[in-house]
Design a protein around this ligand. Structure first.
Ligand SMILES: Nc1ncnc2c1ncn2[C@@H]1O[C@H](COP(=O)(O)OP(=O)(O)O)[C@@H](O)[C@H]1O
Ligand SMILES: [Mg+2]
Length: 238
C-alpha cells in the first residue's frame, strides 16, 4: 500500500462566489485518523469547505495540500452527498462503478460489489434498478459506492438529513465501522445527537470560518465562544 494521502493542510484558503467571500480565509490541518464533524448554522460554509477539500470547489486564494500528488489524492477519497445520485443501472453496477472507472477487471469489480451489497444490507436488491430504491436504500448504496475503493478519507455532507430513524442508524453504523477501520471521516450534520455519537472532534463553523474546534465532549459541555453557546442552545444565530 502506498503511503496515506493524509494529512491534508489548508493554508490561508478562501472561496469567493459572485464577488463575495463565502469561505475563509482559514487554516485547517486534518490528520490521519478520527471523525471530524462539521456543524454550524445554515450558510456557514460547511458544504463549501467539504467540496473545496474534495476538489469540487476552487480556492480563490491559498492552498489545499495533500501528503501526495493532488491527482492521486483525489482518486483516494470519496464524497457522500445529502441527496445521492443514482446511475441508471442496477444497484450492483452502481456500487461497482468506482472500481470500473479505476480500471479494475469486470469480474473482480462485480465480486467486490457483491460483498458490499451484503455489508450495507442491500443484497436483496442487488439486481434492481437503483432508481426504484427508497431514500434510505439509496444512501446505503451511496455508502457502499464510497467505501468500495477503501478511501483514505470520506467526506459526508448531511447524509442522513432526508432519512428516517432506522435508516439513519444504519448509515451511522457504517460510518462507525469505516472510522474503526481507519478511514478518516469529515462530515457535516445538523443533528447534535449524531455529532455526539460519531465525532472525535467538532469543527464549529460560523460566517465562513472555523470558529471553534474542540473534542466532542469539551465542545458540547463547555463551548468556548458566545456563538457556539448560542448555537448549541438552539437559539437563532445571525
Ligand atoms: N454558487 C454560489 N454562488 C453564490 N453564493 C453561494 C454559492 N454557493 C453557496 N453560496 C453561499 O455561500 C455560503 C455558504 O454556503 P454553504 O457552504 O452551502 O453553507 P452550509 O453548507 O453551511 O449551509 C452561503 O451564504 C451560500 O448562500
Ligand atoms: Mg450545506
Amino acid at each position: 500500500m502506498v503511503e496515506s494521502i493524509l494529512p491534508v493542510s489548508l493554508q490561508n484558503v478562501s472561496v469567493r462566489k459572485g464577488g463575495k467571500s463565502i469561505l475563509g480565509p482559514l487554516d485547517l490541518h486534518i490528520g490521519e485518523t478520527g471523525c471530524s464533524i462539521v456543524i454550524g448554522p445554515n450558510g456557514a460554509g460547511k458544504t463549501t469547505l467539504l467540496r473545496l477539500m474534495h476538489g469540487l470547489e476552487r480556492a480563490s486564494s491559498g492552498s489545499v495540500k495533500w501528503a501526495i500528488r493532488k491527482s492521486e489524492a483525489y482518486a483516494r477519497q470519496s464524497f457522500v452527498f445529502q441527496t445521492p445520485v443514482m446511475l441508471r443501472r442496477s444497484v450492483i453496477e452502481n456500487i461497482a462503478y468506482p472500481l470500473s472507472v479505476r480500471g479494475v477487471r469486470r469480474r473482480t469489480a462485480r465480486a467486490t460489489a457483491e460483498d458490499w451489497t451484503e455489508k450495507v444490507g442491500l443484497e436483496y436488491a442487488a439486481h434492481r434498478e437503483a432508481h426504484v430504491l427508497s431514500g434510505g436504500e439509496k444512501q446505503k448504496l451511496a455508502m457502499a459506492r464510497a467505501l468500495i475503493t477503501a478511501p483514505d478519507i470520506l467526506f459526508l455532507d448531511e447524509p442522513t438529513t432526508n432519512l428516517d430513524g432506522a435508516s439513519t442508524q444504519e448509515i451511522e453504523a457504517l460510518i462507525r465501522v469505516a472510522t474503526e477501520e481507519g478511514t478518516r471521516i469529515v462530515m457535516a450534520t445538523h443533528d447534535f445527537g449524531q455529532a455526539r455519537r460519531l465525532a472525535t472532534e467538532i469543527l464549529f463553523m460560523y460566517h465562513g470560518v472555523i470558529h471553534e474546534r474542540a473534542a466532542v465532549s469539551d465542545f458540547f459541555d463547555g463551548p468556548k465562544t458566545k456563538e457556539a453557546t448560542t448555537f448549541i442552545r438552539g437559539d437563532l444565530l445571525i
